[in-house]
Design a protein around this ligand. Structure first.
Ligand code: GLV
Ligand code: GLV
Length: 324
């Protein structure tokens, strides 16, 4: 008998191809849209499913698992982050989880470097000035920003992605690379990374890059006290999860001159409402969570999610199973 699979979104063809070639294994139903599935539809759609392929915008909690029922044995998320999965509830039901680490590391690191440079060198303001006629002449201090050469960069969370960001930043002439987190990392030697207490990282860095996962420990980590320790000339970048930052405190730090600028690829909520105070600021660059958004990376993520799902359904070895 065919196992039931529910997919919460239209996914790239690389993933669909793998699932549709597994005709003897499962039958697939899908929320056939680029928009997120409404919660009520999701709760209906998962009923009786053996496998679920979801996105980072789908909250997978006890309510959803109960709606799915006892068949459910594998959840495959098309993301490296898994803060949207309530792991206790999943574990209690003996459900396996697949995710997509590694395949998006390069794309996300590239985006983070692009965001850092765009924020520090004020590219969005420059583009705007050219379009609206504010570019009236070359001026010695027009749109001056901050450069990486000779700077100190602090990476919060030197994991796979943090390390890939650090590797890309060093050739810009970074003088010191600081990092903080739970433990020292053997990889850090490659970028001459110095493991320091968070306070030291915050007060000594010219650029702070947040690249940690969202956990109870990192939730709200970047708050008023954090920003108050930063240099007035420092630039803050977050490409991990929005909830690591207290956005009211960030807004205050950006408007009071406590810090120079911020670049965010992630916010709370997502999408950020267009009337959000942060969007009124010239020194805040907000992107719509596009860290892994290259055609090839999203294709590979979809394929990996599909393979994780199929192996999980058949009790095989998943290419990327989350250990929890
Ligand atoms: C992106 O944020 C992901 O978790 O894949
Ligand atoms: C800049 O274009 C310069 O020539 O200094």
């Amino acid at each position: 008998k065919l196992m039931k699979v529910y997919i919460t979104r239209r996914i790239p063809p690389e993933g669909m191809k793998i699932l549709s070639s597994a005709t003897g294994v499962c039958e697939v139903s899908m929320w056939d849209s680029d928009e997120p599935v409404p919660r009520t539809e999701l709760l209906k759609g998962v009923q009786g499913a053996h496998g679920l392929l979801c996105m980072l915008s789908d909250k997978i909690d006890a309510e959803l698992l109960d709606a799915a029922g006892p068949n459910l044995k594998v959840i495959s998320t098309m993301s490296v982050g898994f803060d949207h999965l309530v792991l206790d509830a999943i574990k209690k039901r003996g459900i396996r989880v697949g995710y997509t680490p590694d395949v998006l590391t390069d794309a996300t690191a590239e985006l983070t470097v692009a965001l850092l440079l765009a924020t520090a060198r004020r590219l969005p303001e420059g583009v705007e000035a050219v379009k609206n006629g504010d570019w009236t002449s070359w001026k010695p201090l027009m749109l001056c920003g901050y450069g990486l050469s000779g700077s100190t960069v602090g990476v919060i969370g030197l994991g796979r992605i943090g390390m890939a960001i650090a590797r890309r930043l060093m050739p810009f002439g970074v003088k010191r690379l600081l990092y903080s987190g739970r433990t020292t990392k053997a990889d850090a030697a490659e970028v001459s990374g110095e493991f320091v207490p968070l306070d030291t990282l915050v007060s000594e860095s010219d650029f702070i890059v947040v690249s940690c996962s969202l956990t109870p420990e990192t939730q709200g980590l970047c708050d008023k006290a954090f920003f108050s320790k930063m240099k007035n000339t420092a630039v803050f970048i977050n490409s991990s999860r929005g909830a690591v930052v207290n956005q009211e405190d960030l807004y205050e730090a950006l408007t009071s001159g406590q810090i120079a600028a911020a670049g965010l690829d992630v916010t709370t909520p997502e999408p950020l409402p267009t009337n959000h105070p942060l969007l009124t600021l010239n020194n805040c660059v907000v992107l719509p969570h596009i860290g892994s958004a290259t055609y090839s990376t999203r294709g590979v993520m979809a394929a990996l999610s599909a393979r994780n799902l199929l192996e999980g359904l058949q009790g095989g070895e998943m290419p990327s199973e989350l250990a929890f």
